[in-house]
Ligand binder design. Structure first.
Ligand SMILES: Cc1cc2nc3c(=O)[nH]c(=O)nc-3n(C[C@H](O)[C@H](O)[C@H](O)COP(=O)(O)OP(=O)(O)OC[C@H]3O[C@@H](n4cnc5c(N)ncnc54)[C@H](O)[C@@H]3O)c2cc1C
Ligand code: FES
Ligand code: FES
Length: 495
């Protein structure tokens, strides 16, 4: 059995299909149709709901896509739907909640189909901020919500406006306290429907035991990739092992020996700290999916999926990260660039899980450049993702790692390019000479995202851009050629 709150109601569930999404449960089983289905693939945000989780003694709320997140992962959590935006949950309200009132006053809704999802994304931002956090934070909060008729200016104005009204805070304390009391008494949670189970191991030992006993049972973390098999390809799932409550996989540690990121830690829970050490990676993470996707998606899911177009792999490979795999024989570590063997084929053994990632300490004099080429800024998959990490000694390159996604069947290093950089000075000629070797490292495919020629050309050109952004001032002393490194667009720690 699993237990969670739906708005103020305690829900106990036992017989539910492992692949049932929160959206289908709400609409079909509970008749709560305020939450809409647009795409069922995480792209439109019509299904946005808020999920609360008690962390470090306090309930924290974030927006997620109900079409992707699975009901089983709600155990111990607080699901807040559009129906809660009312006087029952926000007792100070006389009529509309400030986020609703602002949408009305700013004309933020026309046909209204996207509106419940937009209200929930606005509410998540509102719950996490006492004052308007600025336009960039508003854009990031709403980057995963599409509106086909209103236009985004009135909606963004409404985000600002809702903070101008008297504050309306929720009254969820007695409901969350009730849930906490119930959880103390509950046994290990799971769901079962006929022979299909949704397991929720609470620690690594339990997870490894289940994995060893049932090597064919799929693992699931944020479900932002896996759920597409159910919602788009209409595949039936057998049992699933969820990693979302396995404590050892939900951590971020940083000290002099480097960084450890637990494989099932959602992006939004570690990116702020990570980007204090590697601010150059901010934009890559800000542009990974949408706010809703980053609130659920994990590094373990990205690398576990072994997609050649995932954005984290080039970054981790360029930073010389190792992957930690845990199985019945214990833990082993290997360099991430050796983990990928061929398209969707990796070194992961049947009894293993990815438990985390180690990133060595930031080297002195590191220049890190991260570039994602995609058709849209928000919520789009890369055509090419290029990450370059190099260190210099008296402007001579003594360490160079260049990793790309979207250029081959696996994320991979550009080894010829790296060789051409090593030992050279950081001149434009060095960068352009190295870039001209990209075609020796990769023969990319043409697909819907980009042609093979485009992928090669844009990768080559990125080297010129990276040089101007990082070394232009040193070599040219010419103001016209000096481009400042891209500014960190949003302070994640403040979100
Ligand atoms: C709308 C949308 C936009 C997206 N945009 C981007 C983007 O811009 N950039 C990008 O890189 N990705 C993007 N993604 C892809 C996805 O969000 C990421 O790959 C995410 O990191 C997947 O993590 P997850 O926890 O949700 O994975 P899940 O869906 O839970 O799992 C994915 C796969 O990995 C396996 N797996 C999960 N955890 C482990 C583990 N610890 N050990 C072994 N195997 C494991 C699962 O069995 C499954 O096969 C997008 C997805 C959506 C829906
Ligand atoms: S229905 Fe479109 S994101 Fe969920
Ligand atoms: S108001 Fe019609 S889709 Fe947004």
């Amino acid at each position: 059995m699993i237990q969670f709150l739906l708005n103020q109601d305690l829900i106990k569930l036992e017989a539910v299909a492992p692949s049932l999404s929160i959206l289908d449960w709400l609409r079909i089983k509970k008749g709560k149709t305020g939450t809409k289905e647009g795409c069922a693939s995480g792209d439109c945000g019509a299904c946005t709901v808020i999920v609360g989780d008690k962390k470090q003694g306090r309930w924290q709320y974030k927006s997620i896509n109900a079409c992707l997140m699975l009901v089983g992962s709600l155990h111990g959590k607080h699901l807040v739907t559009i129906e809660a935006v009312s006087k029952t949950d926000f007792p100070q309200l006389e009529d509309l909640h400030p986020v609703q009132k602002a949408m009305v006053e700013c004309h933020g809704s026309q046909c209204g189909f996207c509106t419940p999802g937009i209200i929930m994304s606005m509410l998540a931002l509102y719950l996490n901020h006492q004052t308007y956090p600025g336009k960039l934070a508003a854009i990031h909060a709403l980057g995963g919500n599409l509106c086909r008729c209103t236009g985004y200016s009135p909606i963004l104005k409404a985000v600002e406006k809702c903070f101008e009204y008297p504050r309306a805070d929720h009254d969820w304390q007695s409901a969350t306290q009730l849930l906490e009391n119930k959880l103390i008494q509950s046994a290990t949670p799971f769901l079962v429907e006929q022979t299909r189970h949704f397991y929720l191991p609470q620690n690594l030992a339990e997870l490894v035991r289940l994995r060893a006993e049932m090597p064919n049972t799929r693992l699931v973390a944020g479900a932002t990739d896996l759920s597409l098999e159910f919602s788009q390809q209409l595949k039936e799932s057998s049992s699933l092992i969820s990693l979302t409550q396995c404590q050892e996989l939900l951590s971020f540690q940083s000290d002099q020996s480097g960084i450890f990121i637990g494989a099932a830690t959602p992006y939004s829970e570690f990116v702020g700290e990570f980007c204090k050490i590697y601010p150059e990676a901010s934009e890559l993470f800000e542009r990974l999916g949408s706010c809703q996707v980053r609130n659920a998606g994990t590094l373990g899911g990205s690398i576990g999926n072994a997609s050649p177009i995932g954005d984290p792999a080039p970054l981790l490979i360029a930073l010389n990260a190792s992957i930690e795999l845990t199985g019945k024989k214990g833990k082993r570590q290997l360099p991430l660039d050796e983990y990928f063997i061929a398209y969707k084929t990796t070194q992961l053994a049947d009894d293993e899980v990815i438990s985390g990632f180690y990133i060595p300490p930031r080297p002195a004099n590191l220049t890190l450049a991260c570039h994602k080429i995609s058709k849209r800024i928000e919520d789009d998959i890369s055509a090419v993702c290029l990450v370059l990490a190099l260190s210099t000694d008296d402007s001579q390159i003594n360490h160079a790692r260049v990793a790309l996604g979207g250029m081959a069947a696996i994320p991979a290093r550009a080894k010829q390019v790296e060789q051409a950089l090593l030992g050279q000075t950081t001149s434009l000629v060095t960068f352009q000479t190295a870039a001209s070797l990209i075609h020796q490292d990769f023969s990319p495919l043409s697909d819907v995202r980009a042609s093979s020629d485009y992928r090669i050309k844009v990768s080559e050109n990125l080297f010129t851009r990276i040089w101007h952004e990082n070394f232009g001032r040193i070599d040219t002393q010419a103001q016209s050629l000096t481009i400042q490194p891209s500014a960190t667009r949003v302070n994640h720690a403040a979100l």
